[in-house]
Structure formats: C-alpha cells, structure tokens
Design a protein around this ligand. Structure first.
Ligand code: ADP
Ligand code: ADP
Length: 225
C-alpha cells in the first residue's frame, strides 16, 4: 500500500554537521511519532520529506512516487505544517484560506468555497472565520495551520513540533484533530515530548544525532526506556 519508505538518507550541512546519517524508516498510514532531542535532525528530515531541501544520498518513496525525482507529484499529495506558521496576519482567516487554496490550484470559486468551509468546520474555526489570524490564540493558529495543510486532501501530512506554547486544553484539541486525520492519512508528528507519542502514535522512531536509535511500537519502546 501507500507506505512512506525512507532508505539510507544522509545529509551533511556545509558547516560539517551530519544532520542525517543513513536514516531508514518505514512509515505506514496512521500517526507516526518522530521523537528526538533538539538538534537530533527532526526538522532536517521533515523538510527533506516535504521536498523543501535535498539530501546528499538516499531514497524516499511514497507509494509509487519517488520524492527526489518527482517532487511536483509529491507536493500534490503532501500537507506540511512547519514549525513556524504565520503569514498574512491581517486577513480574515476565511479569506486567507481561500487565498491559499487558489495558490494550491483550486481555481473554481464554488468548489473553493465549499472546501474552505468544510475545512473551517473540520478544525472547529468556522464560527470565527471572520477574525484575523493575528487575533488567534496559539491553538487556533495551529488548527488553522492544519486546515491549510489539508487543502489538497493530502495522503501524507507532516507536522513539525506543533504544540510548543499551547496550553493543555488546546493541545488535546489539536491532538484529537490529528488522530482523526491519521485514520485516513500518513501523519508524521515530530516532537521531543515522550508522552505525546505514547498517547497518540501507532508507530514511532527515536532519532538522535542524525541516527535512528530504534523504531517500532510506542508502548513497547517507551516501556523499555
Ligand atoms: P546550507 O549549508 O544548506 O546552504 P546555510 O548554512 O546557508 O545552509 O543556512 C541555511 C539556513 O539555515 C539559514 O537560514 C541559516 O540561518 C540556518 N542555519 C544555519 N546554521 C544553522 C544551524 N546550525 N542550526 C539551525 N539553523 C541553521
Ligand atoms: P531538530 O529539528 O531535531 O532540532 P535539526 O534538523 O534542526 O534538528 O538540526 C540537526 C542538526 O543540524 C543540528 O546540529 C543543527 O544545528 C544543524 N543544522 C540545522 N539546519 C542547519 C543548516 N541550515 N545549516 C547548518 N546546520 C544546520
């Protein structure tokens, strides 16, 4: 099926930092937790999967797609919520989502409005759609970030340390949303919070200093730590 398969991926930055060293991972549908301390290489890996930067060697396959040789095809089925998401803080979120939908190629106005409204409902922001992103709380901003990442109905959703600065209520709400998405999509969640992976994820990997330390079932791995 459409697993994400990463084989022997390496990246050394120009300053000599070996951010990824022969990383191999198999990521099935559902919530996949990528756990590791600051500097482990999580963002480098996420950006590489999201086609925002290139590795020095290795291969990434999603179903039949090769990410390096078919990046445009991959982008059509990819949703990405980067660590810092915040653009156009003065537009209403409805207009902003509409605008982002145009950029993703959803040109038909009726279709676009339907998609935008459905997504605003999905992330529970429909009631506040006339407000501006700059007026939103951290949790609301992150839910908006998910809505924009889902505009193209992706098969793969990449979420990089999404809960920094969220209070516990907002965090739970955000994670419920992700779990729901994980029923139909590959969701990769990068985090340094062990409990998040334990509660949410069906598979996980720990990376440290650019290496995969262990991968498998979160309950078994976290019990053994
Ligand atoms: P590259 O070596 O891949 O060309 P650069 O050194 O040009 O990368 O940096 C690209 C971006 O990454 C810049 O925005 C820079 O501020 C940031 N950056 C550089 N060094 C580090 C680092 N050690 N950790 C995190 N970000 C960094
Ligand atoms: P994490 O997301 O797990 O904190 P990163 O992928 O951001 O890890 O960083 C992995 C290592 O690569 C760190 O040592 C970081 O300083 C370094 N690094 C990240 N980006 C760059 C860059 N653009 N240029 C040079 N070094 C970088």
């Amino acid at each position: 099926m459409d697993n994400l398969i990463i084989t022997d991926l390496s990246k050394t930055y120009k300053n000599g930092v070996k951010a990824l060293q022969n990383i191999s991972l198999q990521i099935p549908k559902g919530m996949f937790g990528l756990l590791g301390p600051n500097g482990a290489g999580k963002s480098t890996l996420m950006r590489t999967i999201a086609t925002l930067q290139e590795a020095d060697q290795g291969e990434i396959l999603l179903g039949g797609l090769n990410i390096q040789s078919q990046p445009n095809e991959l982008r059509k089925v990819l949703g990405y919520l980067p660590q810092q998401f915040g653009v156009y803080p003065s537009l209403s979120v409805e207009m902003l989502l509409n605008h982002l939908a145009v950029l993703k190629g959803i040109i038909n106005r009726k279709e676009r409005n339907d998609i935008v409204h459905a997504l605003l409902h999905k992330v529970n922001l429909f009631e506040v759609r006339k407000q501006k992103l700059g007026e939103f709380s951290g949790g609301m901003k992150q839910r908006f970030g998910i809505a924009q990442a889902l505009l193209n109905n992706p098969k793969l959703l990449i979420v990089d340390e999404p809960t920094a600065g969220l209070d516990p209520v907002e965090r739970n709400r955000f994670y419920n949303l992700l779990s729901e998405i994980g029923e139909q999509t590959i969701v990769i969640l990068s985090t340094h919070i062990v409990d998040d992976v334990k509660e949410l994820c069906t598979k996980m990997a720990i990376i440290n200093k650019g290496n995969v330390v262990i991968q498998g079932n979160p309950l078994e791995i976290i019990e053994s730590l």
